[in-house]
Design a protein around this ligand. Structure first.
Ligand code: ATP
Ligand code: MG
Length: 543
């Protein structure tokens, strides 16, 4: 007596089809599971046999063999319980075969109840792709599975209900996919931040082109406050982006019970004590880390120098490639990790270096400053498109009326700039924003004038910038032009982009030349940032 049923295994954030094959033969009664199962999967035989008995069925006294095909792929976890139990019931003649192509997932308790599992959304997307018509999932995962439209999804609580759904006796409940959003009124607004017009402008540019940004400034200047308002500046997720992000959250087991599609861009702000595996993913089976949970959203690293060196260096590959390859003894998985990086730090251990506006004076020694700066490596600093200086606010700025723009007003401009980018990148795979442009596409689609390129070449020479910095400035200039709705990139756009980029010299204290050119860049920014002075290309709203 044979029976087989479809289920699925997870590899990284994607699902692979698995066939559960059951054979009942004469001989000594027994229950074996083969097909490279891990311990949790081997234990399925105990859970299944007990749950079947406690659900009112009587197992025949036969030798039961379960094979999970293909046999060369490691099967991990308890999500195979329900398909194994259903296939055993069918092979034993206790339930008739399924009437339509069916896939089942779920863990069984000994009493026959069905417990939730991870990764139901990618499994449902796979089911739709391979022509499955009916899907049996734990009740709390039903909203997630229903997102892969076109499937008959049965969210069930017990093995008896699963058997009824399997044979077509349980009515198909039309359950709408629930979208859950943070109520708008609880979102912090940009208008609450006083002053810091330069930072606000920089964050608007970062949001418009999905650029990575580093905020540097003294304690209490509002860096964390500004960063927490960044999600409100980002455009809404498209349906494809939401499905991608929700799949990752589903595999990580981070979706709330009954939650459907993520409706807001993810905002992840891990503590600086996080491990390398926690940040970029890992473990066996490989679980998504913070960089993957922030996919299509924002990763905020507050107090950047306090993060472990190894954890920060591990960010280098995902920041360049938009994905992270997690290799383990039993196979490798590529996890998506296309996120916007936002970080905040003080310029020195006491945080007051270079401050002139307040009575606070820096009392750090040169050695202390050097040690602090060296905690963040050059290659990591090089990966930030914008290096933004937040300055301490004067008492009058803090007590005066708040005149800044709201998050909604800024987001409207960001959305318009993103729409221009979408139009430009139509037909280009994997490119949604200027920061994702690479190589030839960057040169061809940037539309930089010869004056703009000449200014960039001069800046590179004078400031000793890297080739990566060259490309990043060009992308930043493209975003500034998009915000202005200008077709080509002109010299003023490059000038502002260079200014936004070059503060790292103030942060790192490094200079490529004898002449401290970083001080020029810094002085220019400080001049533009000072109240009542001509803003040049930098707008001063809110100051
Ligand atoms: N620009 C600002 N406008 C209004 N309130 C501010 C501003 N800056 C700071 N504050 C007030 O100060 C508090 C601390 O600010 P925040 O935590 O953002 O500082 P920070 O720059 O991150 O400091 P640190 O370097 O110590 O982390 C805020 O919760 C807010 O109440
Ligand atoms: Mg802070």
């Amino acid at each position: 007596m044979h029976a087989s049923l479809r289920c699925a295994a997870l590899l990284g954030t994607s699902a692979l089809p698995i066939d559960v094959q059951v054979d009942l033969a004469l001989g000594l009664p027994g229950f074996v599971v083969v097909g490279l199962p891990d311990m949790a999967c081997v234990d399925a035989k105990v859970r299944c046999a007990t749950a079947i008995r406690n659900s009112g069925y009587e197992l025949p006294h036969k030798r039961i063999t379960v094979n999970l095909a293909p046999g060369d792929l490691r099967k991990e976890g308890a999500s195979f319980d329900v398909p194994i139990a259903l296939a055993v019931l069918q092979a034993a003649g206790l339930i008739p075969p399924a009437t339509v192509a069916t896939l089942a997932v779920g863990e069984l308790s000994l009493s026959g109840e069905i417990l939730p599992v991870r990764g139901v959304l990618p499994i449902a997307l796979l089911a739709r792709a391979i022509g499955v018509e009916r899907m049996i999932v734990p009740e709390v995962n039903a909203a997630e599975a229903a997102l892969a439209q076109g499937l008959e999804v049965h969210g069930v609580r017990t093995l008896a209900d699963a058997a009824a759904a399997f044979t077509g006796e349980l009515a198909f409940p039309p359950g709408p996919a629930e979208a859950t959003a943070l109520p708008a009124e609880t979102r912090p607004d940009l208008s609450e931040v006083r002053g810091q017009g330069f930072c606000k402008r920089a964050l608007e540019i970062a949001a418009a082109g999905a650029h990575s940004a580093l905020l540097v400034g003294p304690p209490g200047a509002g860096k964390t406050m500004l960063a927490r308002r960044m999600p409100g500046l980002l455009p809404a997720l498209t349906f494809e982006e939401a499905v991608e992000a929700t799949s990752i959250w589903s595999v990580a087991g981070k979706l709330r019970h009954g939650q459907g599609l993520l409706s807001e861009r993810p905002f992840r702000a891990p503590h600086h004590t996080i491990s390398v595996a926690g940040l970029v993913g890992g473990g066996s089976p490989p679980r998504p880390g913070e960089v993957s949970l922030a996919h299509n959203g924002l990763l905020f690293l507050d107090e950047l120098p306090e993060f472990g060196r190894a954890a920060l260096e591990a960010l280098r590959q995902p920041l360049e490639d938009g994905e992270v390859a997690v290799v383990r003894v039993r196979g490798a998985a590529v996890l998506p990790a296309r996120f916007m990086l936002l970080a905040a730090m003080n310029p020195c251990p006491c945080g007051h270096e270079g401050e002139t506006a307040t009575p606070a004076r820096c009392n750090c020694t040169v050695l202390q400053k050097e040690g602090y700066r060296r905690r963040v490596s050059g290659p990591i600093l090089d990966r930030f498109d914008l290096h933004v200086e937040a300055r301490a606010l004067s008492p009058s700025e803090l007590s005066g009326p708040s005149t800044g723009e709201t998050s909604d007003a800024v987001r409207a401009r960001v959305e318009a700039a993103r729409a221009r980018q979408q139009e430009r990148f139509r037909g280009l795979r994997g490119v949604h924003a200027n920061s994702q442009l690479r190589g030839r596409a960057l040169r061809e689609l940037c539309g930089a004038s010869s004056a703009a390129l000449a200014l960039l070449a001069r800046s590179m020479e004078r400031l000793g910038l890297s080739a990566r910095a060259h490309d990043r400035i060009l992308k930043l200039a493209r975003t500034i032009a998009d915000l202005e709705n200008v077709r080509g990139v002109e010299a003023p756009h490059v000038a502002e982009a260079v200014q936004l980029r070059c503060l790292d010299r103030a942060v790192t204290g490094r200079s490529a030349e004898k002449v401290p050119t970083h001080q020029l860049a810094r002085a220019a920014v400080l001049r533009a940032n000072a109240p009542g002075t001509s803003p040049g290309p930098i707008t001063q709203e809110g100051t």
